[in-house]
Design a protein around this ligand. Structure first.
Ligand code: 3PY
Ligand code: MG
Length: 259
């Protein structure tokens, strides 16, 4: 019940991941051969639900990728199902208050940190992974599960220092699109106000000893993000990587055909 991504983060290895939008186990197997460290199965912006997520997780595990999931909403079942089918971490979008984060901690972390419900499920090999007491499994799962609320609303930004201080929050995932929209500057990631917001979140995470994840669409963005001090970078979505990869090959082929 290890979390390879968490170990990489603790060793400051600068892991790179991507979102899944294709929702294809084969695509995930292919991603496992690219040098990426983790994938995020997206139950917020893609049609995937927990059952699909479970199949994608199997492919990720077989391919050496750590599988995180983004939850569809803030409900107990949205959180619990993804953890029970084996997600090694949850990204929680659209947070507006400290209370919402505390509620998510209660759903996602076992006592004494939260109040996660217990059942032998895929997460612990239906209880057959190792000979552990229930209390040991609870402690190991709490340790091996990354809980990453997103900071992408004005309210989350205003309370970011309180959010990162909560026991059970392992880090923050910045949603640059939604945060820039919330600040009235859609997509203007280089605008001073947006940059200041990113810097405030990074500082809050660093001071609280929590991880900070950032999303970018480009390879240069990944390098810039690590240089700015993020702990992990998420490079686009597999759908976009497919389009960009094939598009550049088609363009190269057409150029070669002109010679
Ligand atoms: C955002 O940019 O809003 C995100 O949630 C990134 O996936
Ligand atoms: Mg978002």
């Amino acid at each position: 019940m290890k979390n390879k991504l968490k170990e990489q983060l603790l060793r400051r290895e600068r892991p790179i991941g991507t979102f899944c939008g294709l929702n294809s186990p084969t695509a995930i197997e292919c991603l496992g051969r690219t040098g990426l460290e983790f994938v995020i199965i997206d139950c917020e912006h893609s049609p995937a639900e927990a059952e699909t997520a479970m199949e994608l997780m199997r492919a990720a595990e077989l391919s050496g990728l750590t599988a995180l999931c983004r939850v569809r909403d803030l409900s107990r079942s949205a959180v619990l199902k993804l953890l029970d089918v084996g997600a090694r971490g949850l990204i929680v979008p659209n947070i507006h208050s400290v209370e919402e984060v505390q509620q998510i901690i209660d759903y996602a972390k076992f006592a004494p940190i939260g109040q996660r419900g217990f059942c032998p499920t895929r997460k612990d090999g239906w209880g057959f992974d190792t000979e552990r007491t229930t209390a040991e499994t609870m402690a190991v799962m709490n340790e091996a599960t990354l809980l990453l609320p997103q900071c992408e609303t004005k309210e989350a930004l205003e309370h970011i220092e309180e959010i990162v201080a909560l026991e059970g929050v392992d880090g923050v995932f910045i949603g640059p699109f939604d945060l820039s929209i919330a600040l009235g500057l859609p997509g203007q990631f280089d605008h001073e106000e947006v940059q200041n917001a990113f810097a405030r979140i990074r500082k809050a995470c660093r001071e609280a000893g929590k991880f900070c994840f950032f999303f970018t669409g480009t390879a240069q963005g990944v390098a810039d993000g690590f240089a700015a001090g993020y702990d992990a970078m998420v490079m686009g979505i597999d759908t976009l990587l497919l389009i960009n990869g094939v598009k550049s090959q088609v363009e190269a082929a057409k150029k070669a055909m002109e010679k």
